[in-house]
Design a protein around this ligand. Structure first.
Ligand code: PLP
Length: 405
């Protein structure tokens, strides 16, 4: 069992008042707060180690290079990738997906080809594929979901044709909380020799990820949703896939040799890391991973599952409460509406009570269209949230309902 009160002491941002009320931070699917060890790692880097890495002859550069490459190994072990060069540092999940969509699209997409995504993707896992398809006159096909917010994966078999080039699916929906049956999806796609990209932005902070066990071809995530800083993320790709893809951006670091006649590219992972990397945030990402590993992903999952159960029960007791996303397999995300109250009105009142939630379409407009709603109020939980905070949320929703009805 996690000692949550002790854990909360690791997060300076949690101990503040907003509008003279203790902050109840329930916007973790948007970004998590950072433990002191992550902030300190960043400070330490800029106070002492700061220098440009790789090819540096001087002491600081060599120290920073070693630390950055150790951070890569830390990520590799965290998601159990086979090799550290399968870990590409990016700015976040969005950039990771754009990288694959652009490079994969350039190399493998032809006129009339198809990419399959699902109806519950974040815009980050829709628009890059639309851009790639537009360029090559290829098509997007969509796996539908049911009223509970569960993918109808029987439809995947029907959608696959000999023109299907890739399947790209979110591991956990940020708007519905659904944990998708990604292993099954990968099995189906692989039966047809189709590679699969998983958008793990919402999964990595909550589940133990093993990319070899999943057998996914690409896995993407952002540091800032897993207690690390903004501006750093990861693309995992199977060595064989990454070897085949052309570079995404050109510049320093990604080359082996440049002449005006012909440039040859660097080996993995550097082929995909053009320009000066975000060293400090890379080191801080490794610090966040160590923090999570010390707590234990299983323990985190247990705690968050209990929070989800408790919050679902308590909120569901409120008259006219409607939960959007009631999948059997769910992460600790609750999207909801109450009666006819507009989500942003509810969000504004909760804010005045010190409760930080997100309102709107959560960058998943097709989901909102499916339910024919303008948006939802979303409370998303992290390892440091408490049952008392759930009680504050429930009382806040009741109060807002009273004021707005
Ligand atoms: N995918 C999912 C499921 C998300 O929830 C998000 C962000 O909310 C993203 C992708 C994009 O992440 P980022 O903005 O950190 O690149």
């Amino acid at each position: 069992m996690l000692d949550i009160n002790n854990i909360r002491n690791d997060f300076p941002a949690l101990h503040q008042l907003v509008y003279k009320k203790p902050l109840v931070y329930l916007d973790n699917a948007a970004t998590t707060q950072k433990p002191k060890v992550v902030i300190d790692t960043l400070l330490e880097y800029y106070n002492k180690q700061n220098s440009n890495i790789h090819r540096g002859v001087h002491y600081l550069s060599q120290q920073a290079t070693v630390a950055y490459e150790e951070a890569r190994i830390c990520v590799q072990k965290f998601i159990n990738a086979a090799y550290s060069h399968e870990i590409i540092f990016t700015r976040g999940a969005t950039e990771s997906i754009n990288l694959v969509a652009s490079s994969f699209g350039k190399k493998f997409l032809k006129k009339g080809d198809e990419i399959i995504i699902s109806g519950m993707e974040h815009h980050s896992n829709i628009v890059p594929w639309q851009l790639a398809c537009e360029e090559k006159q290829a098509f997007l096909k969509i796996i539908p979901f049911n009223e509970n917010g569960e993918l109808i994966i029987e439809d995947l078999e029907k959608l696959i044709t000999e023109k299907t080039k890739l399947v790209a699916i979110t591991h956990i929906s940020n708007a519905l909380g659904t944990i998708n049956p990604v292993k099954k999806i990968i099995e189906i796609a692989h039966k047809h020799n189709i590679p699969v990209l998983l958008d793990g932005a919402q999964a990595v902070p909550h589940l133990k990820i093993d990319v070899q066990e999943l057998d996914c071809d690409f896995y993407c995530f952002s540091g800032h949703k897993m207690y690390a800083p903004m501006g750093v993320g990861v693309l995992y790709g199977k060595e064989k896939m990454l070897e085949e893809l052309p570079p995404y951006q050109g510049g320093g670091e990604m080359i082996k040799n440049v002449t005006f006649e012909k440039t040859t590219y660097n080996e993995l992972p550097f082929k995909f890391e053009a320009g000066t990397p975000n060293v400090g945030d890379g080191l801080a990402l490794a610090a966040a991973i160590k923090y999570l590993e010390d707590l234990g992903m299983e323990n985190i999952k247990l705690h968050e599952t209990e929070l989800l159960k408790y919050a679902t029960k308590k909120l569901s007791e409120i008259k006219n409460f409607r939960m959007i996303g009631t999948a059997k397999e769910k992460a600790a995300v609750i999207s909801f509406l109450v009666g006819n109250i507009h989500p942003s009105d509810m969000g504004i009142i909760l804010d005045k009570l010190g409760i930080a939630v997100r309102t709107g379409h959560h960058c998943t407009q097709p989901i909102m269209d499916f339910y024919k709603i303008p948006g939802t109020v979303r409370a998303s939980f992290a390892l440091y949230n408490t049952f008392e905070e759930v009680d504050v949320l429930v009382e806040g929703v009741k109060k807002a309902k009273e004021m707005l009805s």
